[in-house]
Structures are given as structure tokens and as C-alpha cells.
Design a protein around this ligand. Structure first.
Ligand code: ADP
Length: 461
């Protein structure tokens, strides 16, 4: 059963239960109130009769006519359906009110015996044809005789009232049920409409693989609104991830195709008769391109590992040592360029030493690559607030402002032709960025064309 129908059904059932329960309570209270009213009325009338039938004033022997005349008048409008009857010990009706006409009050032996035993008593007695009467009995002492005073009131009007109440309750329960089902259904359908929207969007994406689709829910930001917004964010995230994956595969294939073409061309040449010099040249080209491919594959694997979001090894890394070792390594590659250390504080962070060495290595390699001979490369390691700053500054060619936003992208190179010659892969800075982010840090760059660049790695202390 759809959730909409289930919720509506629950609403209706709960409302129904509440109405029935309150109907029962109202029924019980009203019946008790009306019955008490009847009993009070009977008591008042009975007391009034006791007050008027003063034994002193009733002549002996008992004259039924006199007694009848002394009965207080009963107002049919104020107390409708009230009857009075006097019985003697043998159960004969001595006197009765004119409202009884030819009829007599129904007899309840237990009530009568309790009355003659000297007690006032009240009870409900069946009067035929489903009619019930409430009867109050009390002994009436007149000179030498004891009579039983019976004052009764029909319970017909209470029955009628209660029957009407039952019908009213039942019909209001039915009406409320219908209203609850209709309005509850509409409210629930309205509240759940974004869920339908979400399902529809998900189904379209599933069948068409079109990740540009969005739920696009415009309603209030309640629980369902939040769900719709979160799903949109998730689709956007997936969309970006798929696009970047696609670009990545395309870029990687493109990068590998270059060396493969060179290798295949040289292999074709080698199949022909070549001079010794040409043969050596072809082999050298094949070797160079193979090394280039190996470097691309190695960098790609490292990048995939760095970008996989895995937590790095959490060892204590003395950054000063890494900087020192890197300077020694760089000196062997730097030719006439100067490699200097400007500041070097003794800073230790938690992380992966191997990856951090790779990060610094990539920055220094770039600095050497893009700085002419006689230039200077400066390394600095110092604390800046809660951060460790690792600067690699050079006096090289610098980077034009239009290239700066892209240099951390995979396979992005400012000068493609020159990069090929220098054997770069365009992955170095992407790896630097990935490693920094893996350590909860980031990389920034400040550069000016023709004057040099400063790459700064920020790592959390
Ligand atoms: P590559 O393997 O080409 O060096 P990187 O990702 O390391 O790839 O760098 C991307 C581009 O950024 C380089 O092609 C280069 O143009 C530019 N670049 C990187 N470092 C420097 C630097 N120190 N000075 C000038 N340009 C640089």
C-alpha cells in the first residue's frame, strides 16, 4: 500500500478512535446527569407529598378521596411523565394520580418490601413495550396505617435523548472519517510530492544516464526539502566526478598516445636497413619515449593513490630533515643554479614522510626546470600561526596570470612544446596539491612572468 494511503488511513483511524472515545464519555456523563436529575425530581416530589399529607389532617378512617385531594398538583410541563401512587400493605392501589388514568405503576416486589420495611428506595422498573420507569418508594405513616408512597417518572425522554446522541455521534464519526480521508489524503499527497519528484528524476537519470538533471524542488526547506536539496548536491557531485573521470581517461590516453606513436614509428624504421648511426638514434628515441611513458604511468598511479582520499600514514615527520635532504639532492641536478635555505625552523608534523618528500621534490624539480642557469632557488621552512609554511621560491621564468588558475590541473602545461622536450608529464603540481590536501593543507602560488615564482605549501601543525 502506498505510504500516502497508509498515512491517511492512520489519520482517519486515530481520529475515529478519538471521536468514538469522546462519544462514549459524553454518553456516560449525560446519562448519569439526566438520571440524577430524574432521581432528584422524584425526591423533591416525594418530599412535597410527605409534607402535604400531614397525618393530623387526614381524618380516620382513611378517606381515599381526602388523600387524593391532598396530593400536591403535579405540573406536567415542569415534570412531564411523573406519576404518584399509594399502596396499602396488601399491594392494593389506594390512591393514584390522575396522570396514570386507568393504568397502575409497574410492581417491583423488592422495592415494595424495602419501602414497607421503612426505607426510602429508588429503582428502575420495566413498564412494558420497552418503556422503563424510575420509581421511588417511601413509607407514609397515616394515623394507624402505613401506606407506601410510589413516585415514578418515565425514562422515555432520556432514552430518546440518548438514542439521538448515539446517532449524532455515529454520523459525526462517519462524516469526520470521510473528511479526514479526503483532506488528510490531500495534505499527505502535497507533502510527499517532492518525493515523487525525486523518484522521477532518479528514474530519468537511471534510464538516460543524464546527470545534468536535477530535482529542482522550490518548496520550503523542511525535512523533505532538505532531502531534495541533498540529492541535488549528490547528483552534482556525481556529475562532476563522472566528467572529471571521463576527462582524465581522455587526457591520459592522449598523453600516452604521443610516446606510443614515436615508438611505433621508430620500430618501423628499425625494420628497414638503416645505417648504424640511424639505428642508434632510433633506439635512443624508443628508450626516451619508454621512459617518458613509464614516468607518466608512475605519476598517474601516485596521483590516483593521493586522490583516492585514503588517510595518510600518521608518523612524526621532521620537516627540517626533509628540506635538508632535498637541498642535497637538488644540488646534484641544479647545474649552476644556487640552492639555498633561507629559514629553517625545527618543525614536526604528523603525516607521511615519503609523500612529503615527493611533494617537495616535485616543487624543487619544477623550480630547477623553469629557472635559467645562474638563477637561485630558495627553500624556507617556518611557522605561521597554526600552520607550517614550506616555500620554494625561484628566480625563473615565472607564470603568466592567465595560466595561474590552471597549473594545478592534471596534464596542464604552460608551454606544451617545451614541456615535451624537458620530459615533463603535467602531473607534478596535481600530485603536490593532492599530497598537501591529504595532510589537511593546501598549496598557493605567487608568480610574475620573467621574475620568478613562489610556491607555498601550508600544512597544519
Ligand atoms: P610539469 O610536469 O609540466 O612540470 P607540473 O604540474 O609540475 O607539470 O606544472 C604545470 C605547469 O606549471 C608547468 O608546465 C609549468 O608551465 C608551470 N610551472 C610549474 N612550476 C613552475 C615554476 N617554478 N616556474 C614557472 N612555471 C612553473
Amino acid at each position: 500500500m502506498p505510504i500516502r494511503w497508509r498515512l491517511t488511513l492512520w489519520f482517519a483511524l486515530i481520529l475515529c478512535a478519538i471521536l468514538i472515545l469522546s462519544g462514549i464519555v459524553l454518553h456516560i456523563l449525560l446519562q448519569r446527569y439526566l438520571s440524577n436529575q430524574v432521581d432528584d425530581n422524584l425526591r423533591v416530589i416525594s418530599a412535597r407529598i410527605h409534607g402535604t399529607l400531614n397525618p393530623e389532617e387526614v381524618p380516620a378512617p382513611l378517606d381515599h378521596e381526602v388523600i387524593h385531594s391532598k396530593l400536591p398538583p403535579i405540573n406536567e410541563f415542569a415534570s412531564p411523565g411523573v406519576y404518584v401512587q399509594l399502596l396499602d400493605r396488601s399491594g392494593n392501589v389506594v390512591v393514584k394520580s390522575s396522570s396514570l388514568g386507568e393504568q397502575e405503576l409497574p410492581v417491583d416486589p423488592s422495592l415494595i418490601s424495602r419501602g414497607f420495611a421503612g426505607n426510602d428506595a429508588i429503582g428502575t422498573v420495566a413498564a412494558g413495550d420497552n418503556a422503563m420507569v424510575r420509581v421511588m418508594v417511601s413509607p407514609l405513616y397515616l394515623r394507624d396505617q402505613v401506606l407506601l408512597l410510589e413516585v415514578a417518572q418515565s425514562l422515555n425522554h432520556i432514552d430518546t435523548t440518548m438514542r439521538q446522541l448515539r446517532w449524532a455521534t455515529l454520523s459525526s464519526v462517519l462524516l469526520a472519517l470521510v473528511l479526514a480521508a479526503v483532506s488528510g489524503g490531500a495534505v499527505v499527497r502535497n507533502a510527499l510530492s517532492p518525493v515523487k519528484q525525486i523518484t522521477r528524476t532518479a528514474r530519468i537519470i537511471e534510464t538516460s544516464s543524464d546527470l545534468s538533471r536535477r530535482v529542482g524542488y522550490m518548496g520550503p526547506l523542511d525535512e523533505i526539502g532538505e532531502l531534495a536539496a541533498t540529492i541535488d548536491q549528490m547528483i552534482q557531485h556525481l556529475d562532476r566526478a563522472f566528467k572529471s573521470q571521463k576527462n582524465f581517461v581522455a587526457d591520459a590516453s592522449h598523453e600516452l598516445r604521443g610516446p606510443l606513436t614515436v615508438i611505433r614509428g621508430n620500430l618501423d624504421l628499425l625494420k628497414r636497413k638503416l645505417s648504424e648511426d640511424d639505428r642508434r638514434e632510433s633506439l635512443r628515441a624508443i628508450e626516451q619515449e619508454t621512459m617518458r611513458m613509464a614516468k607518466i604511468v608512475e605519476d598517474l598511479l601516485l596521483l590516483a593513490e593521493v586522490e583516492s582520499g585514503q588517510v595518510v600514514t600518521q608518523e612524526r615527520v621532521a620537516l627540517k630533515e626533509i628540506v635538508f635532504t632535498e637541498r642535497e639532492r637538488a644540488r646534484t641536478l641544479a647545474g649552476n643554479r644556487k640552492i639555498v635555505i633561507d629559514q629553517q625552523q625545527d618543525l614536526v608534523i604528523k603525516g607521511d614522510a615519503q609523500r612529503l618528500k615527493q611533494l617537495l621534490g616535485n616543487l624543487v624539480d619544477n623550480a630547477i626546470k623553469y629557472t635559467p642557469e645562474e638563477g637561485t632557488i630558495t627553500l624556507s621552512l617556518y611557522q605561521d600561526g597554526g600552520w607550517v609554511r614550506l616555500d620554494v621560491a625561484d628566480t625563473g621564468v615565472g607564470i603568466a596570470p592567465e595560466h595561474l588558475p590552471h597549473i594545478f590541473d592534471r596534464f596542464y602545461r604552460v608551454d606544451k612544446a617545451r614541456s615535451r622536450v624537458s620530459g615533463s608529464t603535467g602531473l607534478g603540481l596535481a600530485i603536490v596539491k593532492g599530497v598537501a590536501e591529504q595532510h589537511g593543507g593546501r598549496v598557493t602560488v605567487a608568480s610574475e612572468s620573467g621574475r620568478g615564482s613562489v610556491f607555498t605549501v601550508w600544512l597544519k601543525l
